[in-house]
Design a binder for this molecule. Structure first.
Ligand code: XIL
Length: 494
C-alpha cells in the first residue's frame, strides 16, 4: 500500500512537472532552482513516508514570501507547524477578538502542497497577551476554554494535531507557575485537553515541551503527568519532544525515553528539531551535527509510536536560534544559502535514502500559486467535448497516515472549449469518509461523491486545470478515488 501511494505521489508530481513545463515553457527544475533550493536529489518526505513516518518543518508568514523557502518546504517536507501564527498573541490579542488570517495562510500553503498541519499552540505561558496574564484568577478558566474552543473550532477537521499545552514544566519536573496553573492548579492541563477534544475530535492532542528528550527529572514530570491523565481517561494522544539541541548533546537515552512514553499508550513526535553551535560553524561541529540529526531520526524510527520528526524552520536563515541564543546558529539541515548540509545527508541515509544519488528533480511550484496552464498553452485538439459535458484528465495525490488521508485532485480540461461550472464525480474506496474539503464542495461524504466548483474556480479554460482536495478518515484502504467523470463524462487518469 505504501509503495502504491508513493508511486501515485511520484506520478502526480511528474504530471505537475509536465504541467509546469507546458504552462511556462520552462523546465520545472528551473523554477525551484538549479541552485540553492536543492530540489534535485533525495526527497525527505518521500523517504519518511516510505517508512510510515513524516518529515516536517515550521513555517512563518514571512517564509511564505520567500520562494526559495516555499519551494524547499513544499518539496522536502510533508508536515507544517506554524512558527507563530496560531499562538495566543496572534489569534486573540485582545479579549474575544480573534484573528485567524495568518494561521489560515499557513494552512492553505500546507493544503496546496499536500502537507499535514501540526497546530501550535493553544495554551502557553509565552507569547501570551497581557490581558490574559493580568486576568483575575476567577476569570482565567473561562478565558482559556473560550480561546481553545474558538480556535480549535475554527480549524476543526483541518489539522493533524494540536499542541494543546506548550512547555508546562520547570526543569526539575515540577509544574511551571503561570497564570493558568495559578488559577486552576495542575487541573488546567486536563481541562485544556478535554476542551480541545470537544472542539475538534479529529485532531491528535499533544503536550509539548523541551528538555524532555532524554531520561531525567523534567521528562519524569511529563511521564507522571501523562500516566495520570491516561489513568483518568483524559484525552491525550501524544507528547512532543521539542528537541532544541546543542551540538554533541543529544541525550543517549532518547530512544529509551521515547519507548517509555509510547508504552503509556501515547505517540511521540519530535516537534521542533534543531541543533545549534557557536557561529561561525566549525567543520567538526557540522560533522557532529550530522551525527546528532541521524541519532534523532534513528531514535524515532526505532519506536513504532514515534510518528515523525519536524525541524524548526527550513534553513539556517529562517531559524529562531540566532535571535534567541546569542552567538549560536547553523542549527538546521540547510545552510545560509539553502544548500543541504552534512546533517541533511545524514538524515537521508537514516531514512534509507542514498545521499550521493541525484534522482530526477521533484519540483513543486515556488510560492503558493498553483500551476495553471494558460488556455492556449496545451490544448488537446484531438478531443471534442460533449455538449454540457467535458473531456478531462485527472491526477490524484494521496498522503495517508494511520487513520486519515489527504487527497489532492487536479482536473485538466482536455476539451476544446471552456467548462463553465463543473461537478467531478468519483468513487471513494470503502471505509473512506470525507470530513473536510478545499477548493470545492464535496458531498456526500462516502461512496460515490460529487465535488462541485466554488464561485471563483467555476470556469476552467480549454487546456486549463483546476485543483481541489479533501481530508478523509479511512479504515485501512487509503487508495486514491477512482471512476472520475466531469459533468457526467468519464475522465482519463494519470
Ligand atoms: C519561537 C519562534 O520560532 C520565534 O519566532 C518566536 O519569537 C519565539 O518562539 N518552543 C516553542 C516554539 O514551542 O513556539 C518557539 O518558537 C521555540 C521554542
Amino acid at each position: 500500500m505504501a509503495a502504491q501511494l508513493r508511486a501515485a505521489h511520484r506520478r502526480a508530481r511528474a504530471l505537475a512537472a509536465l504541467a509546469l513545463a507546458a504552462a511556462g515553457g520552462l523546465l520545472a527544475a528551473a523554477t525551484v532552482g538549479s541552485g540553492p533550493a536543492g530540489a534535485a536529489g533525495p526527497v525527505l518526505r518521500d523517504l519518511a513516508e516510505a517508512k510510515g513516518s513524516y518529515f516536517g518543518t515550521a513555517l512563518t508568514q514571512s517564509d511564505l514570501n520567500n520562494s526559495t523557502v516555499t519551494a524547499l518546504a513544499g518539496t522536502q517536507f510533508d508536515v507544517v507547524t506554524p512558527g507563530n501564527e496560531m499562538k495566543w498573541d496572534t489569534t486573540e490579542s485582545s479579549a474575544g477578538n480573534f484573528n485567524f488570517g495568518p494561521g489560515d495562510r499557513i494552512v492553505s500553503f500546507a493544503k496546496a502542497h499536500s502537507m499535514r498541519v501540526r497546530g501550535h499552540t493553544l495554551v502557553w505561558h509565552s507569547q501570551l497577551p497581557s490581558w490574559v496574564s493580568n486576568l483575575p484568577a476567577a476569570q482565567v478558566k473561562a478565558a482559556m476554554e473560550n480561546h481553545i474552543t474558538t480556535e480549535a473550532t475554527h480549524y476543526k477537521g483541518q489539522l493533524y494535531s494540536w499542541d494543546v499545552v506548550n512547555e508546562p514544566f520547570n526543569e526539575d519536573g515540577t509544574l511551571r507557575t503561570d497564570v493558568f496553573s495559578n488559577a486552576m492548579g495542575s487541573g488546567y492541563i486536563a481541562d485544556a485537553l478535554r476542551t480541545a477534544r470537544a472542539a475538534d475530535p479529529s485532531a491528535k492532542l499533544y503536550l509539548n515541551d523541551y528538555n524532555i528528550e532524554g531520561l531525567g527529572a523534567k521528562s519524569d514530570g511529563m511521564y507522571q503527568l501523562v500516566s495520570s491523565l491516561k489513568s483518568q481517561g483524559v484525552p491525550i494522544d501524544g507528547v512532543g519532544f521539542e528537541s532544541h539541541f546543542i551540538v554533541g548533546q543529544v541525550p543517549s537515552s532518547m530512544k529509551a525515553n521515547i519507548q517509555r512514553f509510547t508504552a503509556l499508550g501515547v505517540n511521540v513526535a519530535i516537534t521542533e528539531l534543531d541543533d545549534r553551535m557557536p557561529v561561525p560553524a566549525s567543520a567538526a561541529n557540522l560533522a557532529q551535527q550530522a551525527t546528532d540529526y541521524a541519532n534523532v531520526v534513528n531514535s524515532c524510527l526505532a519506536v513504532s509510536g514515534c510518528v515523525g520528526v519536524s525541524q524548526w524552520g527550513v534553513g539556517d536563515p529562517d531559524s529562531w536560534i540566532p535571535g534567541a541564543f546569542s552567538g549560536y546558529g547553523a542549527a538546521t539541515m540547510y545552510d545560509d544559502t539553502y544548500q543541504p548540509k552534512a546533517a541533511y545527508n545524514a538524515v537521508v541515509t537514516a531514512l534509507g535514502g542514498n545521499s550521493s544519488s541525484s534522482p530526477s528533480p521533484s519540483p513543486s511550484p515556488s510560492g503558493s500559486s498553483s500551476p495553471s496552464p494558460s488556455p492556449s498553452s496545451s490544448p488537446s485538439p484531438s478531443s471534442s467535448p460533449t455538449s454540457g459535458g467535458a473531456a478531462c484528465r485527472v491526477s490524484t495525490q494521496v498522503n495517508a497516515w494511520n487513520t486519515g488521508l489527504t487527497e489532492n485532485v487536479t482536473v485538466t480540461n482536455t476539451g476544446a472549449t471552456a467548462v463553465n461550472g463543473w461537478q467531478l464525480t468519483f468513487t471513494l474506496p470503502a471505509g473512506q469518509t470525507v470530513n473536510n474539503a478545499w477548493n470545492a464542495t464535496v458531498s456526500p461524504a462516502s461512496g460515490t461523491v460529487g465535488a462541485t466548483n466554488l464561485a471563483y474556480n467555476a470556469s476552467v479554460p480549454a487546456g486549463g486545470s483546476t485543483g481541489f482536495g479533501f481530508q478523509a478518515t479511512h479504515t485501512g484502504n487509503a487508495a486514491p478515488a477512482t471512476g472520475f467523470a466531469l459533468n457526467g463524462v468519464a475522465c482519463t487518469t494519470g
